[in-house]
Design a binder for this molecule. Structure first.
Ligand code: ADP
Ligand code: NI
Length: 218
């Protein structure tokens, strides 16, 4: 892929995400791209596939497109085709796009390649730690969710439908997804990067519940 193609894809994705206030703004894509390339340098894999997949991974996420599933690969292929990316590269990248998103605590990951594992790890690193906390509350706010309701317990969803339809408060999201991510990293590099971010979330939750007046809760 030449530099011009890559710049055109970046411009297209940047404009698509410019009005997002749900934690999926262009800077999320940029961070996932930069962490994906860091992981790829250590773990190997095809760097062009990793790079394109990172830029395109949220192009049509079910959370942002009105609930449609498996739409990302189709949209990614259309964009790559329009911009003139070689069809062999499109065929490598497009099928991986819909593998990236988290589908529920009890739903196992389906990654058909190392490149898909690397971008999923990078996406998950951006969902945890200080940035992950900020994104979770931004997302919850954008969907009209309460930040916390002590009477509503977390649920570990066994199907994607249950996970996607859940309207729970944002503190539950830590138990339903964010605290599980450290142990669901595929690469050693990401597992190491995840630890500090994970510990910071525990510190945050401890302090949150202490201030709320219920220090026993976590
Ligand atoms: P994934 O596709 O794995 O969900 P994304 O890149 O789309 O990853 O990021 C999802 C972001 O949205 C995360 O930061 C996550 O915390 C946030 N999010 C998703 N669902 C919820 C929810 N129910 N409550 C709060 N935040 C959420
Ligand atoms: Ni993402």
């Amino acid at each position: 892929m030449n530099v011009n193609n890559f710049i055109q894809i970046i411009l297209e994705i940047r404009s698509k995400f410019q009005n997002d206030f749900s934690g999926h703004d262009w800077h999320h894509i940029e961070r996932v791209h930069s962490n994906s390339m860091k992981i790829q340098e250590k773990e190997g894999g095809n760097s062009e596939v990793v790079s394109l997949l990172a830029i395109l991974h949220d192009v049509s996420d079910h959370k942002l497109n009105g609930g449609k599933l498996n739409q990302g690969g189709i949209e990614a292929a259309i964009i790559m085709h329009k911009i003139g990316v070689h069809k062999d590269l499109i065929e490598l990248v497009a099928p991986l796009v819909d593998e990236i998103s988290f589908k529920g605590a009890g739903v196992s990951d389906q990654n058909s390649s190392l490149e898909s594992k690397i971008v999923q790890d990078a996406d998950r690193l951006d969902a945890i730690g200080a940035i992950g906390i900020a994104r979770a509350f931004a997302y919850g706010g954008s969907r009209g969710r309460p930040m916390y309701s002590p009477e509503v317990n977390a649920e570990l969803h066994d199907s994607f439908e249950e996970y996607a339809n859940s309207k729970s408060h944002t503190i539950n999201h830590f138990h339903e997804k964010l605290l599980l991510l450290k142990d669901r990293m595929h690469t050693q590099t990401a597992r190491e990067l995840a630890q500090e971010r994970h510990d910071f979330m525990i510190l945050f939750l401890t302090q949150f519940h202490q201030e709320w007046g219920n220090p026993a809760a976590l």
